[in-house]
Design a protein around this ligand. Sequence first.
Ligand SMILES: [Zn+2]
Length: 280
Amino acid sequence: MRQELARRTRVFEIFRMDEDRYERQRRLWDQRRISSLKVLVGGAGALGNEVVKNLVQIGVKRVYVVDFDRVVHSNLNRCLFFRRSDATKRAKKVDALARRASDLNPDVEVIPVFGDIRDLPSDVIKDVDMALGAFDNLFARLVLNAMCYSNGKPLVDGGMEGVLGTVQVVLPPESPCLECGMSERDLEHMWERISCSGDVVVDDGPKLPYIPMTGALVGALQVMEAVKIVLGLESYRSSGRWNESVGAPLVGKSLFIDLRSNLSYAYDLHKRSDCNVCAP
Ligand SMILES: [Zn+2]
């Protein structure tokens, strides 16, 4: 009789486990902390789609997505939330992304912010715990970098082109920022693409290659770094130790991934004493 009761109780427990969306990840981390996380995602293109997908699947509290662009057919090879109908209607990327991401997990509040990152309302950056950079241009990435640093918010920046990807974690005030890792040539090239009015000049040169596999990999790494920060930052600040279950984030390093060889390299960055953003 007692054995029968134990067996039935076990069956009921397994049933309950399968009713909980987050049961398998609760085995790795404190889901309450993840479920209270508020994030800004800069960019609603290929990386933005991947980053938002992961954030929504793990069940964060709130995601703001900022972008000024509209969906076109050539986005459809790598943006999993966009549909042909979005491209036909030239839908706002942030609207299409927010609508379908909310459908994937209605528990997460996905808030579209249509516009330039420079015009982001200040209450958005103040509301979030951190930002994830998913822009395809250096200027927007550096604007977000400066915004995060001045507000003391961690930034996990991602970039990709063809079979190459990069990820960098910026943790104010101790770590170097994105601008510290830029060469003079990177910055010169960026300014060549900015007009006197501050608009990004749309050039007619060849477009960069993008494939979905690179975006999926970089987006996954970015959200994993975000998880490491949210679960470990408090402990790191008080004891110097990150959360052991998920590990330490790439603070002060830049990760470079090459899908041709499947090799990745993490190299150290250093604060530049003349950096406009992070120099003391
Ligand atoms: Zn810097």
